[in-house]
Ligand binder design. Structure first.
Ligand code: F6R
Length: 260
């Protein structure tokens, strides 16, 4: 696992966007795994800027989002399809048919999840998977106790995650309890994982993910087993890491040929 400590959320978001852009430039028909939530917003904003000002093209890129709420239609203001439309899909030259988000309105959820897996397989797998981190250590919506071998399926959010996602919904409207999410096993098949976590609320989860034991109680800890996992954290999210200074030292002295 490579841990990159950045001085601020802004610097971290710019770096994450640079890594994603680099993947697209290296392989214009790259397959990207995408996340939603608050953390990726400035990353998508920077990718949009690169598209507009630097000619970064998404025309041949395929995307798969990690998750979607069950029961929300794609145009619902809190759906993740709508989020993606607002922050990225609607602002770059991605072809709509190449953007996939699990179908929260699917009648046959099992078939829909199997089809999602099949579609990922058909395009040759995910080249780079962007991840946020839940305060309880989830990736995608694989809550603590999720099987570390799980595939795309229905999950029930914990009360903690329901509360964390509350700000996306108006008072009086319930946060959907159920979601469709790529599994931990699905995520682990991406050729590169890029996890981004900022702020003091993420510090415990970051420490448990990076330095704790590998356990289904912290699904993100499985990234310790991923051959190419990069974790970008700011000082606050990194504050509980015991080997923080070492990670900084490693990054500072990273050989040029290995950078980014
Ligand atoms: C969202 C997702 C979640 C979030 C996580 C952190 O697609 O998969 O794992 O990344 O809940 O959310 P934020 O960034 O809002 O703190």
């Amino acid at each position: 696992m490579e841990i990159i400590l950045v001085e601020s959320e802004k610097t971290g978001a710019l770096l994450a966007a640079r890594l994603i852009a680099r993947q697209i430039r290296l392989k214009p028909d790259a397959v990207l795994g995408l996340a939603t939530g608050a953390t990726p917003v400035p990353i998508y904003a920077e990718l949009v800027r690169m598209h507009r000002e630097e000619g970064l093209s998404f025309r041949r890129v395929t995307t798969f989002n990690l998750d979607e709420y069950v029961g929300l239609p794609p145009d619902h203001f809190a759906s993740y399809r709508r989020y993606m439309q607002e922050h990225l899909f609607g602002k770059v030259d991605l072809l709509p048919e190449k953007t996939q988000v699990p179908d929260g309105m699917a009648r046959d959820i099992t078939a829909c999840c199997a089809d999602y897996e099949e579609r990922i397989r058909r395009v040759g797998g995910v080249d780079l998977q962007l991840l946020g981190l839940g305060q309880d250590g989830h990736i995608g919506f694989n809550e603590p106790s999720s099987s570390l071998a799980s595939r795309t399926r229905l999950k029930t959010l914990t009360p903690h995650t329901l509360a964390a996602n509350r700000p996306g919904f108006p008072p009086g409207q319930e946060v959907p309890r159920h979601v469709l999410t790529m599994g931990v096993g699905t995520i682990m098949e991406a050729r590169r994982c890029l996890l981004v976590a900022f702020g003091p609320r993420k510090s415990t989860a970051v420490a448990r993910m990076v330095e704790g034991p590998l356990t289904a109680m912290v699904p993100a800890s499985i990234l310790q087993m991923h051959p190419v996992a990069t974790v970008i954290v700011d000082g606050e999210a990194a504050r509980d890491l015991r080997m923080r200074d070492y990670y900084s030292e490693v990054y500072r002295h990273k050989p040029d040929w290995q950078k980014e």
